[in-house]
Design a protein around this ligand. Structure first.
Ligand code: RBF
Length: 160
């Protein structure tokens, strides 16, 4: 999937919002970039309350994200999975992706999807929001989650 075609999202007022960032720990350099971008987006939106929860690997993201849906208006999941020489990559990526998607639908809490699934570390670095990166997926994941919270509130208001 290319990053082309991404929308320009208007600045979001996140003052009253509580947001949880759940982050895996593999591939530290890439994770540092994702986390920095995520926290920058949270600051830009002036989000009132931010909780960060670290887990060992991306596989642990769905269970951590599920716990975080309670008491938060949005959850943002960050992780990096790099392909190796076995089918393990596919199983991990699919399990995590499906777990996070199911969680968002079942809970009604927007879950920002900041999981990089890459063939090489260089592909991950290119998307990590580091100096020299082309994309900043941590920032994007936060912005999408906040924007969805605002969109869903509009729906509730329209229905009274
Ligand atoms: N976790 C990641 O977040 N990114 C990875 O690239 C990654 N690669 C793994 C490769 C192997 C062979 C194994 C066994 C685990 C890997 N994990 C990775 C850790 C995984 O998400 C999880 O933390 C562990 O399997 C323990 O539940």
């Amino acid at each position: 999937m290319s990053g082309e075609g991404a929308p320009r999202i208007e600045p979001i007022d996140g003052k009253g919002l509580r947001v949880a960032v759940v982050a895996a720990s593999w591939h530290q350099r890439v994770m540092d970039g994702l986390l920095t971008g995520a926290h920058r987006a949270l600051r830009e939106a002036e989000v009132g309350e931010v909780t960060e929860l670290r887990v060992p690997g991306s596989w642990e993201l769905p269970v951590a994200a599920r716990a975080a849906t309670s008491g938060h208006d949005a959850v943002v999941a960050l992780g990096v999975v790099i392909r190796g020489g076995t089918p393990h990559f596919e199983y991990v990526c699919q399990g995590v992706t499906q777990g996070l998607a199911q969680l968002a639908v079942d809970s009604g809490v927007p879950v920002g999807f900041g999981l990089l699934t890459c063939d090489t570390e260089q592909q991950a670095l290119d998307r990590a929001g580091l100096p020299g990166s082309q994309e900043d997926k941590g920032h994007e994941a936060v912005t999408a989650a906040l924007s969805t919270v605002v969109a869903l509130r509009g729906l509730t208001g329209a229905r009274g």
